[in-house]
Design a protein around this ligand. Sequence first.
Ligand SMILES: Cc1cc2nc3c(=O)[nH]c(=O)nc-3n(C[C@H](O)[C@H](O)[C@H](O)COP(=O)(O)OP(=O)(O)OC[C@H]3O[C@@H](n4cnc5c(N)ncnc54)[C@H](O)[C@@H]3O)c2cc1C
Length: 373
Amino acid sequence: MSKSTEVLIVGGGIAGCATAYYLAKQGISSMIVESHGIGSKASGKSAGMLSPVHGAKEPGTIDEISLESFNLHQVLADELIEETGIDFSPRFPNQLQIAIDLKGMDEIRFLQSLYEKADDRFESHFFEYEELNLIQPGLTPKTLGGLLLKGNTSVNSELLTQALAKGAELKGSEVVNSTVTGINKVGQKIESVQVGNEKIFCDLIVLAMGPWTLFAQEWFEFRIPMSPLKGEILRVSLPNSENLLSHEIYTDKISIYPRTDGLVWIGATEQEKGFDESISEDSRKYLLNTAKEVFPEVQNASVDVHTACLRPIISDYLPLVDAIPSLQNAFIVTGGAKKGILLAPAMGKAISDMISNNGQTDITIKNYGFSRF
Ligand SMILES: Cc1cc2nc3c(=O)[nH]c(=O)nc-3n(C[C@H](O)[C@H](O)[C@H](O)COP(=O)(O)OP(=O)(O)OC[C@H]3O[C@@H](n4cnc5c(N)ncnc54)[C@H](O)[C@@H]3O)c2cc1C
């Protein structure tokens, strides 16, 4: 017998799972069709930083939705862990943004100006090297200065994605492990999706395919200026790291941050390499050498895990959260770019609101539609 569902979501990354979760909360069941496992791509490998004060490529362009989503993350931290029993480690890390050259100092001044404008949950305090080295011993003596940042949070994005899917499943939604290979239309409506030789019938479809949205262009009549941006991260063992590293350390080139898995994560590269998801020796060397320049103790690190994944980037670095033009029952949620974990709750809630509320949502998505292309 053919399968059917009210809402079919293509893609079980954080965008698709957040959509399923908020739909389920509104009493709408969905089916997530995911080809590689829930949170197996960027959503499961990201750094999981939730820093709403640092913008997209152009400052100001995602300020409102970032804060709306940050607030939704706080609610998820309270409710979703209890609902699902999956502890995705939401926490307030100690963070230092340091500069080891003049370009880094420019970045710091710019960041400080953003934090000064942010609401009073967020703070930044400037320190010279000598003071910084008391706050976080072991920084390179090349450090010119740095900001102590307060208010940002972080999560284990793989577990958060799985928790969102489980939260939806507990309310009657379903996860199917398959690849959608096409759609079947009747007039202006999508009647079913093709999964190999099978059809899954649906009332509505939501595309949440991350960078693979590009392949869906053949199925629809839209063009999106999108490309994957590859990112690699190392998870290293650093002897005595719990005593050595009390703060997450950032520069304009590298991030070094202890995680709840007991490892120190070093990331991330940014390379345009199409859909190449392989790890590379060059990236490994780049990450270790750049991290050593900032925090010399990294010379004693051994690499336990090396990951690579693809960020879904639209050319303006803004999300795409909209109904698909010329169809009556299709939506898209993608383009989280370098902020896709932060933005996912707001993006997923917006789509869920639009589905349940005749196209309306109180999330600020007015600039994130197809009309901008
Ligand atoms: C190195 C790195 C670090 C990052 N750090 C952060 C961070 O600190 N904070 C932050 O907010 N963001 C961060 N991001 C960005 C964030 O990870 C992404 O924006 C986000 O995960 C995108 O989620 P998504 O659900 O849109 O896409 P994805 O996670 O890529 O999910 C899309 C899913 O769709 C599935 N799929 C595709 N096509 C089909 C099909 N035809 N049929 C079935 N399934 C299909 C794929 O298998 C995949 O699982 C980082 C990204 C990278 C690469």
